[in-house]
Design a protein around this ligand. Structure first.
Ligand code: ADP
Ligand code: MG
Length: 694
């Protein structure tokens, strides 16, 4: 392509091929990263930054073991040698006041001409010890020039084969230098009110931050931009919904009493309050859109049951959708039992049912013979036709996307919608995550619950831990063991391109990496099984076909399997009261809220239960998090701690990720834990903006 064409105006919407040096080939590589236009490129944000401004001495760098920045003087003229198979090595020494280091470049013979004795460079690399010598292999380097300061921060991008950091950095720089930015997604008055810099400034800084303060300004801009778009959508949706009528449903006090009498327990105050809130919604003539959140075991199911009962007793239908077959079947059994004397008919519909059973269920649903339908996402299938559906309940909403929730709701007209989430969410956060829903909290556990004793141990306890697992199994109890990975030797050490040592995140915090080997479920189960041949060890993970997963889980529920080694697939609502021990391997890899979910699988029966977290060689920050988890069993406090104690490293292995998994939100920049303040501001701004439109 000729330079003339390349010289035309570069706008945000131009394809990146307008940039010099970006031909079709390279554009294809960028396409792998989702980058097609100049705007895509400028919004391809760094995943981290090298902090080259943090200068260490050779000695400090060697001790830290991390990729570091050093100012060194070249100690001799470089020597180049060719060793076997044509490999070229260029070697020289460099020093500072703390010592001397041998620097080697591989297959870069041109560096021989670059370095000369006495010159001073800033090197960026990892200092290793080899015999009695400090060494450094192929470090990055920049000549120091008097009166010109080197930038402190270098962007680090996620790569794809064929595109190096350097190529991406250069292409971004070129785009920044040539683009004419004329759009500004956030209105001026909103930026002023919230002290936000402009888009043009922000995009320059995010790729080339001069310092952490500026970087924070840029991050703040993009977080706000993202949250503002989200808030606009939520606020609009909520407005639209307000006007939607719902069928008003009312039952007699006698019917209400019958329901309460049929329960095998007395409702907690929290449950009674939530049920009142639900009834108020459903009788109001407005369509209900309500989230019920509550700690694991707080008894949310009965709240769902009450709403389903209301739909059934008024002559309509209600549906309950659960994320797994196990859970759907469990609900079906419990609800059938509860409703058997209340003249309410329950029908089960799950994918694995026999064809003839399925046909029978479908006809019951379509004819209106069934009052309450319980199932998995099989309920969403097109051939499921309801006679008169007025209520859609989703259990464990965080396992579904918003779209699935809406898909169930679209099976009827002006439906009442109830969603249940087991992650205790602080009210403020719930408001924003599910801003389009009203919120009820079952914020109290039924009486007589046992506390699950929780401990953090390291590898030193391995034998004792195995013995404990064995003992629980021999005593007739069941054990869950959760591993972070499925199979293979998953080390958390990454290859060179993605090595995070010495990198900082958007906040300037050092990114913590754990070098401990990740436990994998498959190998773990094999080893445990070989060690204790007289107990039955099962293995469950996401790669198994659905039918096999269900079979393993069913064997665990029935007690056939004593010890279940799994990935986090067991996280969801399963009730096995006989399980008394939960072991979580590489516990530092999990968010607090996720750990809390896992712990909630035990302590459901009358027997004393334990949760053992195994974390070896974990950083100080992780230890603090896990210790705080051991100290409390209150899910709301944990969720709040999750918000409060974030720090180094969490940017990547973020507890915020759990919250994001709710499917309601998928943010690139914003982290609800850190950015709560901005979230509120974004909602305020969205309200103003929408009022202005009127
Ligand atoms: P979750 O909120 O985790 O979905 P469930 O609804 O599954 O909780 O309830 C957990 C267990 O507590 C069930 O066995 C249920 O029967 C029992 N339960 C619920 N409410 C009460 C109550 N008020 N008193 C005693 N037990 C209760
Ligand atoms: Mg539940």
């Amino acid at each position: 392509m000729s330079d003339k064409i390349k010289n035309k105006t570069v706008t945000m919407t131009s394809p990146i091929t307008v940039l010099a040096g970006v031909g079709e080939k390279r554009a294809e590589l960028f396409a792998n990263l989702g980058v097609f236009t100049v705007s895509d490129l400028l919004r391809y944000f760094p995943r981290a930054y090298q902090n080259r401004g943090d200068i260490k001495t050779l000695c400090e760098a060697a001790l830290s073991g991390e990729t570091s920045s050093m100012i060194l003087t070249v100690g001799c003229e470089p020597k180049s040698v060719t060793v076997k198979r044509g490999m070229n090595l260029t070697k020289f020494t460099a020093f500072d006041e703390s010592g001397k280091c041998q620097i080697t470049f591989f297959n870069q013979p041109y560096v021989k001409q670059l370095f000369h004795e006495g010159e001073i460079y800033r090197f960026y690399g990892k200092v290793m010890r080899s015999k009695n010598l400090w060494t450094m292999a192929s470090p990055d380097f920049e000549p120091t020039v008097i009166a010109r300061s080197l930038p402190d921060f270098y962007a680090v991008y996620s790569l794809t084969a064929g595109l190096s950091q350097k190529i991406i950095r250069n292409t971004v720089s070129l785009a920044l230098a040539s683009v004419v930015i004329d759009d500004e997604p956030i209105p001026e008055y909103i930026r002023r009110e919230n002290s936000l810099i402009s888009f043009a400034e922000a995009v320059n800084i995010i790729h080339n931050p001069q310092n952490l303060k500026r970087l924070d300004d840029a991050r703040r801009y993009f977080v706000f931009e993202e949250l503002f778009a989200f808030a606009l959508k939520i606020t609009k949706d909520a407005k639209e919904r307000e006007g939607i009528p719902g069928i008003p449903l009312n039952i007699s006090d006698a019917d209400k009493r019958d329901f309460v009498k049929a329960l095998p327990f007395t409702l907690t105050e929290a449950q009674a309050r939530v049920i009142r809130e639900i009834y108020a919604d459903m009788s109001s003539g407005r369509a209900m859109s309500r989230l019920v959140s509550g700690d694991v075991g707080s008894g949310k199911t009965v709240c769902a049951a009450a709403s389903l009962y209301l739909a059934a007793k008024t002559g309509h239908q209600g549906a309950l959708m659960a994320p797994t077959e196990i859970l759907a079947v469990q609900h079906f059994h419990d609800l059938s039992e509860l409703f058997k004397n209340l003249e309410v008919k329950c029908t089960l519909l799950v994918g694995s049912m026999k064809r003839s059973d399925k046909i029978k269920a479908l006809s019951e649903i379509a004819s209106g013979e069934s009052d309450i339908v319980i199932g998995t996402h099989a309920l969403l299938s097109e051939n499921v036709k309801f006679a008169d559906l007025v209520l859609a309940v989703t259990d464990e909403q965080h396992r579904f996307g918003v779209n699935q929730r809406d898909a169930l709701a679209s099976k009827g007209k002006n439906m009442h919608v109830l969603v249940m989430s087991a992650t205790p969410i602080p009210r403020t956060l719930a408001m924003s995550m599910y801003g389009d829903l009203d919120h009820s909290a079952v914020d109290m556990l039924p009486p007589g619950r046992q506390k699950v004793s929780t401990f953090l141990v390291d590898e030193g306890y391995r034998e004792r831990l195995n013995g404990f697992v064995y003992k629980q199994a021999l005593e007739g109890h069941q054990v869950y063991i959760v591993c972070p990975s499925i199979e293979g030797s998953a080390y958390d050490i990454r290859d060179d391109e993605t090595d995070t040592s010495g990198l900082v995140d958007f906040f300037g915090n050092k990114i913590e990496i754990s070098s401990s080997r990740l436990k994998n479920a498959v190998e773990y189960a094999e080893k445990l099984s070989a060690k204790f041949p007289d107990i039955n060890v099962g293995c469950l993970h996401g790669k198994l076909p659905a039918s096999e997963k269900e079979a393993v889980m069913a064997d665990f529920v029935s007690g056939k399997i004593n010890v279940l080694v799994s990935t986090t697939v067991i996280e969801v609502g399963v009730n096995v009261p006989n399980a008394t021990l939960m072991v979580i391997e590489n516990a530092e890899r999990f968010g607090l809220s996720q750990l809390h979910q896992l712990r909630g699988r035990v302590g459901r029966g009358k027997d004393k239960s334990w949760c053992i977290l195994v974390g070896d060689n974990i950083g100080e920050h992780s230890k603090k998090r896990l210790d705080s988890f051991c100290a409390t069993t209150d899910g709301y406090r944990i969720a709040e701690a999750d918000l409060a104690i974030r720090g180094p490293g969490d940017f990547l292995s973020s507890s915020g990720r759990d919250l994001r998994q709710h499917g309601a939100l998928e943010f690139r920049m914003a982290d609800l834990c850190d950015d709560m303040d901005l979230l509120y501001r974004a909602f305020d701004a969205a309200r103003h903006e929408l009022e202005k439109e009127k």
